[in-house]
Design a protein around this ligand. Structure first.
Ligand code: MG
Ligand code: MG
Length: 254
């Protein structure tokens, strides 16, 4: 932290909207393919093709980490919260799948994620998914000029914990623009009335991650995949949002 928050002008926000739209298209096609029997690598290939066909590049591919990230998507199943690497793994009826994708277009990035059930899923999985999506909506509603960042974080935390679920301590939302991770960090927990003031032109990837049993996580031996510490179910929704004069603008919708 300490680095400055980059405010985007209208032309830059338009470019981010274009990147976000391509990203949304890729995720839409992926979502339509999710069914029992498909592999996570097949989903990854579809996303890659859509992004390429629209003149974009997959933001995640080559992203620095323990080793350069090897794929277009992260596909995280059940206890896996984020950063699952696509592979020959087959999806099964009842799985809860979180797909995250980033697209770079004309120098700007859109970053978005959704969770969906494979076929019929448990009541608990449905509730977890619904609460996580609602938490994102509650956070977005706070993304107004003059509010503080803590208002956004608190709205997410209050909704999640009010339903008896947990937010992770170590993984957060973030500023996004020319870089995938810009200041500020946006934790999924916080205190209303604290933190930097939101200003027009701030562009933030808001991403509630929610765990059924614990706020603790650990990383698997592949060094990327983050799972709940107690192996309980997890969900993840994300949109890239711009703070505007009035209503927040969702940059990663279709
Ligand atoms: Mg993301
Ligand atoms: Mg993100």
């Amino acid at each position: 932290m300490g680095r400055r928050i980059y405010l985007k002008n209208q032309a830059e926000i338009s470019k981010m909207r274009a990147a976000g739209r391509v990203n949304a298209r890729a995720l839409q096609e992926v979502k339509a393919m999710i069914r029992p029997g498909i592999t996570t690598a097949e989903l990854d290939q579809v996303a890659y093709t859509v992004i390429q066909d629209h003149g974009g590049t997959p933001t995640f591919k080559g992203y620095p980490g323990p080793y350069p990230y090897p794929a277009t998507l992260t596909v995280s199943v059940n206890r896996e919260m984020v950063h699952g690497i696509p592979s020959g793994r087959v999806l099964h009826e009842g799985d809860l799948v979180s797909v995250d994708c980033g697209t770079t277009l004309d120098g700007f990035i859109g970053d978005s994620a959704f969770t969906v059930g494979v076929g019929e899923i448990s009541e608990e999985a449905k509730r977890l998914m619904r609460v996580t999506q609602e938490a994102l909506e509650k956070g977005i509603a706070q993304m107004r000029s003059g509010n503080r960042l803590g208002d956004v974080s608190a709205a997410i935390q209050n909704h999640v914990e009010g339903h008896g679920f947990h937010v992770p301590l170590q993984y957060t939302g973030h500023g996004v623009g020319r870089e995938m991770h810009e200041p500020p960090q946006v934790p999924n927990f916080g205190t209303s009335g604290t933190g930097p003031r939101l200003r027009k032109g701030m562009t933030i990837a808001l991403e509630p991650m929610v765990l059924v049993g614990t706020s603790r996580t650990r990383v698997l031996a592949d060094k990327w995949t983050v799972v709940s510490y107690d192996n309980s179910l997890t969900a993840h929704f994300e949109h890239t949002i711009a703070v505007m004069d009035d209503e927040p603008l969702i940059l990663t919708s279709l």
